[in-house]
Design a binder for this molecule. Sequence first.
Ligand code: PGA
Length: 233
Amino acid sequence: MIIANWKMNGMLADAQRWLGEIGAFVQEHSLEHKVMFCPPATLLHSIKEMCAAHHILLAGQDCHTQMQGAQTGALSAQHIHDGGARFVLLGHSECRQRGDDDDTIRTKLNRAHDMNMQGIVCVGENERTRQKGRAIESVMRQLSNLHEPYGIAYEPLWAIGTGKIPSLADINEMHGAIKEQMGTCPIFYGGSVDEKNAANILSLETVDGVLVGGASLEAKRFMEILKAYCHEA
Ligand code: PGA
C-alpha cells in the first residue's frame, strides 16, 4: 500500500487532476486498492466517486474523539465517513503536537470503528529519544492497547519533512519490533520518502508500504514511488 497524505495542501482542481493521472497509472499497473489518498477533508465528498472509479482508497487525515457536539472547527468520524472516506489516519505527529496523546488516539480509533472505518495509526520517536537509544521502547509504548488498527505507520518525528531518513537497518529493526507486537497488521514507513529513496525502503521485507507527504503532491513524483512499489511487490 502506498499512502498519499496531502496534509493542508491542494484544492479541488489539483486533486481531480492528480486522481486522473494516478488513476490511469493504477489501472495500467494493476494497483487497484493499493493506493490510499488522504486529501484535506473539504475535498472528500467531491472526489469520492472519482476515487471509487479508479479503485483508490479514500482516507481522512484525523477525526475527533467525540462523534458530535460543541467542538468548533473539528470533524468527527461521522463527518469523515459521510464525506466518503472508509479509512482515517490517526496520531500523526502533527496532530500529536496539537495535543493528541496515546489515550486520545485510542479513543479516536474506537470512534472510527464505530463508523465501520479502519484506522491507520502513526507512531514514531523524536530525535532525542533515538539518540538515547530508546526509540523502540518509545514506539512500543505508543502501540500499547491499540484495538485492531488496520495498519501502523512508523514515522520518526525527525524524518518528517526534513529530508532525513533512518538507516535501512534502523527501519528494519523498528518494523520488526512493531510486527512482533502487532501481529499481522501491515506496517508502513513514513518520513521524507521520495522518488529517490522509495525503492530501497520498499525493498525491506518488514516494510509493507510507505506514507508519503511532500513527494505525494505532484503526480509525477508520486508515480515514481508507485513504480518502485511495483518492482518490489
Ligand atoms: P513527508 O511527510 O513525506 O513530507 O516527510 C510524511 C508524513 O508526515 O506523513
